[in-house]
Design a protein around this ligand. Structure first.
Ligand SMILES: Cc1ncc(COP(=O)(O)O)c(C=O)c1O
Length: 416
């Protein structure tokens, strides 16, 4: 294929992707969202051509007199939304946000306690990800499979045993708020930092409907800016009252010059627009998202699917988790749903053992409703989604056209 044909094909594929995912699919991946038309309007600009190493008004490059003000105003908006003393927006992803905190606050050889992957932990909280290159040894919080949460009493024992320098809360599979308050004293006894990875729940926190880590005892909060928070793809770190100037400086130095030189400036106005939208619509959005997730859980359960945590109302976040072992396993179910334009991901479920054999075929699927909520879907639509999922997973029907027909009524972005 010649080069012209290749670029033409790429453009065609892009067009097809846009129609497929934005108009024809039910997007239920728990880590995705869509930006608003106002955010999209400021997403393409000259900023994507520029460099800005360093902090606002202390740059190593010229030409940034407007960028400096844009960055400072965006910081102010984000601090306001999260009532945070400090923020740094220069981080390109949630994974890197975790890395800069480890680098800024911890030393090689330190122990940390975080959640194991089947219990919701992210790979960046473990030796399988950046912990190993940072020389950290990760231990897992004991987990209560019935409560679907960190076991507080057992964790206190583990903290005494492992003498960690950091307790890391927050997760990828994240149904219920983590016991931050309950473990503050144990952390203090060991002089351990409390870090909260809000990648998944940042928008729910912004809307005041999940937990409020910085008020519950977290010293530092990292996140992605594009999951329940509908900003551009990127990362962020917030510092709480307990972080002193020197500790914050160490984090800033871990960002630049250590991990990130240019921080992809075109993200800034998009993030600012998202922050503004959260000041106006964040509470309604977070409430509707959680209500939708609960309804989806109830409906799936009543249709015979093993939606987990029924005794706890299924969820208090944007996610529900279904054990699909009896339906053919996570891989089969996720792939079959994809063929029917229902997009979600396979997932380990709490208590499941990770082995070489099941690595690619865990027992669960994770469903996130935050994007479809943004597309103005409410509880009635969640009931319809549950029915559509059941038709594929239980009745083995092909319903692609039905899904397309349903989705085409929800292509506008709400809460903006
Ligand atoms: C809890 C948690 N932290 C960090 C990340 C990484 O975020 P990013 O994909 O922005 O690097 C994820 C990704 O989904 C996550 O679930």
């Amino acid at each position: 294929m010649d080069t012209k044909k290749k670029i033409d094909e790429i453009k065609e594929l892009l067009g097809e992707h846009n129609i497929w995912r934005k108009e024809e699919c039910l997007n239920l991946i728990a880590s995705e969202n869509t930006t608003s038309p106002s955010a999209d309007n400021v997403a393409v600009s000259d900023l994507s051509h520029r460099y800005a190493e360093g902090k606002p008004h202390q740059r190593h490059y010229q030409g940034l007199k407007y960028v400096d003000d844009i960055e400072v105003l965006t910081q102010e908006l984000m601090k306001e939304v999260f009532k945070a003393k400090r923020v740094d927006l220069r981080i390109l992803s949630g994974t890197l946000a975790n890395a800069v905190v480890y680098k800024g606050l911890l030393n090689h050889g330190d122990n940390i306690i975080s959640s194991a992957i089947p219990n919701g932990g992210h790979v960046s909280h473990t030796r399988h990800g950046i912990c190993s290159i940072m020389g950290l040894t990760d231990f897992s919080f004991p987990f209560d499979n019935y409560e679907m949460n960190i076991d507080v009493d057992e964790s206190i024992k583990k903290i005494d045993e492992k003498d960690p320098k950091m307790l890391l809360f927050g997760a990828s599979l994240f149904l219920f708020p983590h016991p931050v308050k309950e473990l503050v004293d144990a952390a203090k006894e060991h002089d351990a930092y409390i870090m909260y990875d809000a990648a998944h729940v940042l928008g729910l926190i912004a809307g005041g409907q999940f937990q409020d880590p910085l008020r519950e005892g977290a010293d530092i909060m990292s996140a992605s800016t594009h999951k329940t928070f509908f900003g551009p793809q990127g990362g962020i770190v917030f510092g709480g009252e307990s972080i002193d100037d020197e500790e914050w400086k160490n984090i800033e130095n871990a960002i630049f010059p250590c991990f990130i030189c240019n921080h992809h400036l075109h993200r800034l106005p998009v993030l600012a627009q998202a922050a503004y939208e959260f000041t106006q619509y964040g509470e309604d959005y977070a409430k509707q998202t959680i209500k939708n997730a609960k309804t989806l859980g109830e409906e799936l359960y009543s249709l015979g699917l093993d939606c987990m945590a029924e005794h706890k109302g299924f969820t208090e976040s944007h996610q529900v988790v279904v054990n699909v072992e009896k339906n053919g396993g996570g891989k089969h179910v996720a792939e079959t749903l994809e063929k029917n334009n229902i997009i979600l991901n396979k997932n380990f479920i709490p208590g499941e053992k990770v082995t070489k054999e099941n690595m690619n075929n865990p027992n669960g699927i994770r469903i996130g409703v935050q994007e479809m909520t943004r597309c103005k879907m409410k509880t009635d639509e969640m009931k319809q989604i549950a029915e559509l999922i059941k038709k594929v997973v239980v009745d083995k029907k092909d319903i692609t056209e039905e899904v397309k027909e349903f989705r085409k009524n929800y292509t506008e972005t709400g809460f903006c």
